[in-house]
Design a protein around this ligand. Structure first.
Ligand code: ARG
Length: 605
């Protein structure tokens, strides 16, 4: 409806201008208010209140408008007809249709590192990234979710050395992430006493890298087979990846994250599906690790130098950002090894060539803020210039803050490891207890399912409910609240609305109404109509908490309405249908909104 009113205002103006149309904080100043007359008066050198009166008269003539008022120096307050508000509020909420021509967004999220426990930062990245995918899908974009897995780098040399030395006769196919991480930690302890280990690790990684590059360089299938079969390093590295992926997959499944277990999605027969085979419309979730870009790195580095984007400095290749004063970004070390940035640059190229996106959005912590600024600058300087110039899409770092427990920071580096699985298990356990108390009639099976839904939903909301860029202080008390700004409260409100609808049985929403019977009904209906606009705003700004706060306000309006008006035994049949309509729409929007945030909304609690 907002867009319709915007057009009405715009049509009422004697000249085209940019104006604001806002919801006043107090409804006595109208359902919407505009500053259009003020702006235009300045431009035309007219008296603002007089101009406002002329414009307001035109706006009032619209079928949709009940009345207008002039306020202050020349604001126009617009009051809509109740029938119009209901007409908007009763519309079915559906995702926009997607076609092959719809714009495409790549969301880079997850980003776990092989053989390292998933950190709370990775949890945030998964939750935020998946929600961004859901939202863009809802507004009609094609989605590519791409997990830029950390599966490459000198740390794998260390891990392989540690494995060979200390894993005994352990079967590498069965190693857990925890065991691998312990080996890695042990490597560092031993290397302090015995620094030659570092050289050994470097050589081992160089061997792994050489094997892969030789493999890529040869055309002969037999030769490829031989190289792979003879590389113990390659075999171990592959097992570490498989084991880690299995564990990440388990955790992500609990979170409703859609990455498959294997790097690329498969069809029912286990065949790899690559982008071309998809109809390029369905959401596509792939995991292209850093190691998958090995082939392109040397060429890119050459071209970075040729294009004068990078320089050689003491054997290393760097971009210096003197103008920006940012400090240098390395693309090749003096020993010839490539880096995180080298592979990220290759990933951008791959994505442009294969997906041709309008945007690439990175859901990564704000500790990498400078890094992404540097990377984006290099991409924008570099790709449009080369032999085959590429158009660089909008590159966005949707950065997020840290999670703090009341006692301090959740961190792996400082040793205070908060295991993700444990956090989710704890949410589940606590919810089982609460439900035993709150809903004693549930069967044990029902309770288990609900505890998982509410517990995980609560953890997610504690993240998505707050401004993405700020740090979060996580407490169980506020995350699990049935009364405050928390998932259980919203889920409970949804279940309550569902319960009323269930009791009412079959009914149809009233097509049109004359008037709402109370201001509270009217306010609820106005709120319902705002949902789609909020989703669009959240998509544009990547600020997911806008949806969260909207759902919370809707729940507040609904509960207010529910406590003050009789629904099932309303004063008249007419009124009952209208109120039931409000109940049903509220339930639908809470469910859809939570769904976009990746939070389930059970119908009974
Ligand atoms: N693996 C990285 C980390 O744990 C995150 C990767 C983020 N994505 C990217 N394209 N750099 O910090």
């Amino acid at each position: 409806m907002f867009a319709t009113i915007q057009k009405i205002v715009s049509d009422a103006l004697p000249a085209k201008i940019d104006f604001t149309l806002e919801t006043p904080p107090d409804s006595q100043f109208g359902d919407l208010a505009t500053n259009a007359a003020l702006i235009l008066a300045k431009q035309l050198g007219k008296n603002p209140r007089e101009l406002a009166t002329e414009i307001a008269a035109k706006i009032s003539a619209s079928e949709l408008v009940a009345k207008t008022e002039i306020a202050g120096p020349g604001f126009i307050n617009i009051f809509l007809k109740d029938s119009v508000i209901w007409e908007a509020a009763r519309q079915k909420i559906e995702p926009k249709e997607v076609s092959k021509n719809s714009p495409l967004i790549v969301v880079d999220f997850g980003g776990e590192n092989i053989a390292k426990p998933m950190s709370v930062g990775h949890l945030r990245s998964n939750i935020i990234g998946q929600a961004l995918c859901n939202i863009y899908k809802f507004i009609g974009w094609r989605i590519v979710g791409d997990n830029h897995l950390g599966d490459w780098g000198t740390q794998f040399g260390k891990l392989i050395v540690a494995w060979k030395k200390w894993a005994g006769d352990k079967d590498p196919t069965e190693a857990t992430i925890q065991e691998l991480n312990d080996l890695y930690v042990r490597f560092h302890e031993e290397a302090e006493k015995n620094p030659e280990l570092e050289d050994e690790a470097r050589e081992t990684f160089a061997k792994l890298e050489k094997d892969q590059l030789d493999f890529l360089a040869t055309k002969s299938v037999d030769e490829k087979r031989r190289i792979k079969a003879e590389s113990r390093e390659w075999a171990l590295w592959t097992e570490f990846i498989k084991n880690s992926m299995r564990e990440f997959y388990k955790t992500r499944q609990r979170l409703g994250v859609q990455f498959p277990e294997k790097n690329f999605p498969e069809d029912e027969n286990g065949n790899l599906l690559i982008w071309d085979q998809w109809n390029q419309v369905i959401p596509y979730y792939c995991q292209i690790g850093e190691s998958d870009y090995l082939q392109d790195l040397a060429k890119n580095i050459e071209e970075l130098l040729d294009g004068k984007v990078a320089q050689e400095s003491e054997g290393a290749i760097v971009v210096s950002f003197e103008e920006e004063g940012w400090g240098p970004l390395l693309f090749r070390k003096s020993d010839g090894s490539t880096l995180y940035a080298t592979r990220d640059l290759a990933a951008i190229e791959f994505r442009i060539k294969n997906f041709n996106p309008q945007k690439i959005v990175y859901a990564v912590g704000s500790d990498q803020e400078l890094y992404f600024k540097q990377l984006f600058k290099v991409a924008n300087d570099f790709f449009p210039k080369g032999d085959e110039p590429l158009k660089v899409p909008e590159l966005v770092h949707a950065k997020f803050g840290m999670v703090r427990l009341p006692e301090g920071k959740m961190s792996t580096r400082k040793g205070r490891v908060i295991r993700l699985e444990k956090l989710l298990d704890e949410a589940h356990e606590k919810m089982v207890k609460i439900l035993k108390d709150k809903s004693p009639d549930l069967s044990p099976e029902e309770r288990e399912v609900l505890a998982e839904q509410i517990g995980i939903g609560a953890v997610k909301f504690a993240d998505l409910g707050h401004g993405r860029e700020s740090d979060i202080t996580f407490t169980w008390e506020s995350a699990l609240s049935f009364e405050g700004y928390a998932a259980p409260y919203l889920m409970y409100t949804h279940a309550r609305a569902c319960s009323i609808s269930r009791k009412a049985g079959e009914f149809t929403l009233p097509q049109n109404i004359e008037k709402f019977s109370t201001p509270i009904e009217r306010q609820l209906a106005l709120k319902l109509d705002k949902f789609v606009g909020v989703v669009e705003e959240a998509a544009q700004s990547y600020h997911l908490h806008l949806i969260a706060t909207y759902i919370y306000e809707l729940a507040q309006d609904f509960n207010n309405f529910y406590h003050k008006s009789r629904v099932l035994n309303a004063e008249s049949e007419e009124l009952k249908r209208l109120r039931l309509g409000l109940v049903k729409q509220t339930a639908g929007i809470i469910k859809t909104g939570l769904g976009l945030l990746g939070i389930e909304a059970p119908e009974k609690m």
